[in-house]
Design a protein around this ligand. Sequence first.
Ligand code: SAM
Length: 344
Amino acid sequence: MVCSSDSCALLLDFQHKFCTVAELKCFSWEDLIDHLVDLDDLSCKDHIDKLLSSTVDHPIVRKYPLKPTFRKGFLKQFLNSVEERGLTHDSAYERLVSLLAEPDTDRELHYRHFPIKNRFITIQESRNFLAHGTTGLHAWQAGIALANWGIRNKEHFHFKRVFELGSGLGLTGLALIFSDTPPLSYTFSDCHPDVLQLLKKNIILNSTSDGEDVPKRVNKTNVQVLDFDWSEEGGPRLSKLFQPDLIIAADVVYDFDSIPQLCTTIKTLITTTKAYSLVACTVRNEETLDNFLESLGGSGLEVSEDEEEDEEERDPKGKDTFWHSKELPVKIFKITLVSENSII
Ligand SMILES: C[S@@+](CC[C@H](N)C(=O)[O-])C[C@H]1O[C@@H](n2cnc3c(N)ncnc32)[C@H](O)[C@@H]1O
């Protein structure tokens, strides 16, 4: 069978999932091994070499390492799979064994790399979903889903002024900034000092700036980072500072107690700036989500859920840019002011 390792779709899929640290069960192990078995010896070795050089040995992974336990788990799974099918290539095997011998203690922070066009967006994050009393030191599923959605639905973002609440590590914003249709300006915000610090670090890491301050411009977008706590300020200060076209947020609906303040902030920002809002929610608890939607609906806002077809049914251009787990659904809501006509 003829297949060039440089353009092999399976290898590309493995690289993408590896660099974003996807769960090991989400890799197509059987398909990969079936493919390798079908190749002649030389081509099979070439594919294995390519797999290693585009994952564990990729220069960006060497410079900014992934979680060691993940890398080791990936190699063990690969080694077991090739051994089971009797595929032995000495040089690749030796490389695998030497990589497996490296220490595997996870540090508190590690990197993930999200491929977009001809580059990666690199995010440094905590190994824990909850660290230093915040959820914000980890890149969450709804943030990735909102980035994918925004890249597909570019008319919402292209050349627009975007304000993000609870930005966490900044992946959604960076993805939009490095898309083909970047926003005019992007304001990241969060309230937790450790999150703000890592968010700034991630923006600098992905820009061409080598200074210690967040650059004013990244790619073609004007950028700023705000220390903004929606539970304290409710929004009036912001609407005096700037006029966004769009207010977005991802994975900020999880704490029942903070929902009223979050809704008040969204409402104040929408009323005072005439912007609209897009909020991406991972559906973990229906009750929490219902509470959020009821609070918004009862405050003079109109909420509609985006009804996109599933990824498998979309044409190739509509496929997700970034992989994320699909175990829990993510819903995207558009929030606007109730128009005068609909009140009558
Ligand atoms: C689950 S994380 C989601 C982070 C990011 N949007 C993502 O999708 O990866 C929730 C974020 O909301 C921030 N947050 C929580 N309460 C907040 C508040 N009152 N004001 C501003 N940000 C808040 C947290 O610091 C955290 O970064």
